[in-house]
Design a binder for this molecule. Structure first.
Ligand SMILES: Cc1cc(N2CCCCCC2)n2ncc(-c3ccc(F)cc3)c2n1
Length: 256
């Protein structure tokens, strides 16, 4: 993938995007995105909030494809937080149908593009139709080895950390774990993201400057890039700008 990027880098214009001054050597391995601003996008246009969520799904398609072409290893998308259950029932019901709606359209392409679908969150509390759709996608892409598309779905970082602590206590009491062996690395293995590297870059859209209970442990050393752009208006160019800024920061702090 990086070689392909190098070739495209030589030409001033690849098929749809020129990777202007993006270094193929330092593409963030794991990019996490808080996809915010969907409701505001709809309100600005006098549309119902759900229209913003629907448009937001179209942006996911573009960013997944672009991430795969750039050679990003893991793309984590914050789709539904444990706090989102407090939204109006009509909106929650609509949101819970989106995984099925997205996968019914996209799964064949994801399989073809060697993408691995993964979900981070409490799947047990999801409606049956939501769980069935995500489990089917996880099963049908588990043998792929390309981009890991990780949806944070019904995910809350504080409850993830509390559950991790409870598991550590259980293992210590059961003699499976010695307290002295507890450190960053062993504790990370008790979290839902045990099999993933931490994010190198966090992107949050719509101008909000907070983490909203998202990957609080995992983002400890990540670069953050915030934009006023609302998620439905987010494009490959915005994504490229975030990576360009990330790469500039890496050069500045690359030294010892
Ligand atoms: C709840 C929810 C909301 C949701 N939004 C649309 C995108 C904008 C931000 C939030 C609303 N999207 N978009 C894709 C999914 C999804 C989740 C799991 C999966 F395996 C496949 C697709 C999704 N899920």
């Amino acid at each position: 993938m990086l070689n392909k990027l190098k070739k495209q880098k030589k030409s001033t214009q690849s098929d749809t995007h020129s990777y202007q001054d993006l270094s193929a050597e330092n593409i963030p391995k794991h990019i996490a995105i808080i996809m915010d601003g969907n409701g505001r996008w709809a309100k600005k246009r006098g549309l119902p909030r759900v229209a913003g969520h629907r448009e937001g799904m179209n942006v996911i398609r573009k960013i997944v494809r672009y991430s795969n072409r750039l050679g990003v290893n893991i793309l984590t998308l914050y789709a539904f937080s444990t706090e989102n259950w407090k939204r109006p029932k009509t909106e929650v019901d609509f949101l819970m149908r989106l995984p099925e709606r997205f996968l019914n359209v996209e799964l064949p392409t994801l399989i073809e593009e060697n993408v691995v679908v993964r979900v981070t969150g409490e799947k047990e509390n999801l409606p049956q139709y939501t769980k069935r759709a995500v489990e089917k996608a996880i099963e049908e892409t588990k043998h792929n080895d390309g981009l890991v598309l990780n949806f944070a779905l019904n995910y809350g970082s504080r409850s993830e950390i509390i559950d991790g602590i409870k598991s550590v206590i259980k293992d210590v009491e059961g003699g499976k774990m010695a307290v002295e062996d507890l450190n960053d690395s062993t504790f990370s293995s008790y979290l839902m993201t045990a099999d993933l590297d931490d994010p190198d870059l966090l992107i949050r859209t719509s101008g909000e400057l907070r983490l909203s209970n998202f990957m609080l442990w995992q983002l400890a050393y990540s670069e953050f890039w915030f934009t006023e752009v609302l998620w439905p208006d987010f494009t490959e160019e915005h994504f490229e700008e975030a990576i360009r800024v990330y790469q500039k920061r890496q050069r500045r702090y690359g030294g010892v």
